[in-house]
Design a protein around this ligand. Structure first.
Ligand code: CMC
Length: 371
């Protein structure tokens, strides 16, 4: 049936997938991931454990974790992918370069054209490792520098961060970064996950579905918001000027990046609360960055009073990445790298129990015209 009654612009409130992966339970204020509370995972788990949980449908044993971590850390990015990246102009948006690289990964996989869930589950850790290494080397490749591989013997999160920032990193920095990875790892059915499932529902392979997800995540209403938040904070420089800037933008009916959420609407994204704490812990460990915290708080206060809107995860992930010294152009690619675990779980689930996505329209165009 395709009638007005069933039309919901932006599919707002529509249940578009049956899943065992995750659920935003607003009533109980919980983000359920495979039965666990995401906030507890952010506080207590390691990213590799969350990857295991997402892929295997159960919390991984220490042995399974070591196996996954070795696969993710030792996944060697095909030379061809780095060659392609080196040819792309540095002015091209990092998410566009990443989209090209994710698509090109298929070239080195003899079994790329499969929609078989077992085959996909088997290759998923390698793919997650590939994507993280590509993201960590995006800027290097754009400037003609040699990409760096992850090193066995170090955790996935440590490898990812030290390759991004090209220096030794402290345990506090790795933990802050790892918490952001877990926070970004899975979040029910946002636009990028939906895009991946729509593509997967044609029985297209994981490379196509992931490529669609990168394209979706780039948008400023979605993953691109974390970069926009940092640009706004840098433009303002002080809490007073941020307040002025936000008021000015609101007066011009502009959206303030890092605030609002389709599902949480007028509540705080619980992930943002945790990342706010992560930011404070990072500042305490470094002994610097208090002005940034004060600025974020002021932005939060102004938006709550003026619009009744609360921060989402991107608002607090941005200053965390900034203090870690990560180039701003890599914030959204990192979001994608972290989310690749959740995306692969969704692609596998879609292929396991597939029904082609093919909705209808509410036609509002003319009729009866003659050639
Ligand atoms: N700044 C100013 N006003 C806003 C904002 C914002 N960030 N978000 C919502 N509003 C207003 C909007 O103008 C509208 O006001 P009115 O009713 O007066 O016209 C009202 O709130 C409802 O907005 P909406 O556009 O119907 O809400 P939506 O569900 O379509 O929007 C959103 C969700 C995330 C697109 C939106 O909140 C937004 O544009 N936020 C900024 C971008 C952002 O931070 N995105 C990251 C989302 S969370 C991480 C992720 O999943 O990527």
């Amino acid at each position: 049936m395709a009638d007005q009654q069933h039309y919901s612009p932006g599919l707002e409130g529509v249940i578009a997938a049956q899943t065992r992966i995750s659920f935003l339970d607003l009533q109980n204020e919980e983000i359920v991931v495979r039965g666990y509370n995401l906030l507890e995972l952010i506080e207590r788990a390691r990213y590799v454990e969350v990857v295991g949980l997402l892929l295997d449908e159960q919390f991984p044993t220490p042995e399974r974790c070591s196996e996954l971590e070795s696969q993710m850390v030792q996944a060697e990015v095909p030379e061809l992918v780095y060659e392609i990246l080196a040819k792309l102009p540095a002015r091209m948006h990092a998410m566009d370069r990443l989209r090209t690289a994710v698509s090109a990964l298929a070239a080195a996989d003899p079994d790329a054209n499969t929609a078989d869930p077992d085959a996909e589950r088997a290759k998923a850790p390698r793919l997650i490792g590939h994507i993280a290494q590509i993201v960590a080397n995006l800027t290097r490749c754009a400037h003609g520098e040699k990409p760096r591989s992850f090193e066995p013997g170090r955790s996935f999160a440590e490898n990812f961060l030290r390759t991004l920032v090209a220096r030794e990193v402290t345990a506090a920095e790795v933990r802050a970064f790892e918490q952001s990875l877990i926070a970004y790892s899975e979040h029910e059915l946002p636009n990028s996950t939906f895009a991946a499932r729509v593509v997967a529902s044609t029985l297209a392979d994981a490379y196509g579905a992931l490529t669609a997800a990168v394209a979706s995540l780039k948008g400023p209403l979605h993953g691109g918001a974390n970069e926009a938040v940092m640009e706004m904070l840098l433009e303002a420089q002080t809490a007073d000027r941020l307040e002025e800037l936000i008021r000015h933008k609101l007066a011009r009916k502009e959206r303030i990046m890092g605030f609002g959420h389709r599902v949480y609407m007028r509540r705080m994204d619980p992930r943002a609360l945790l990342l706010k704490r992560t930011l404070q812990e990072l500042v305490n460990a470094r002994g610097s960055g208090t002005e940034l915290v004060a600025m974020c708080q002021r932005g939060e206060d102004v938006m709550r009073t003026e619009k009744g809107l609360y921060p989402n995860l991107d608002y607090y992930a941005a200053p965390v990445y900034y203090l870690l010294g990560i180039p701003i152009e890599l914030y959204t690619p990192i979001f994608f790298a972290a989310r690749s675990a959740g995306l692969l779980a969704h692609i596998i689930e879609q292929h396991q129990d597939n029904r082609l996505y093919r909705p209808r329209v509410l036609y509002t165009g003319p009729r009866g015209l003659k050639v």
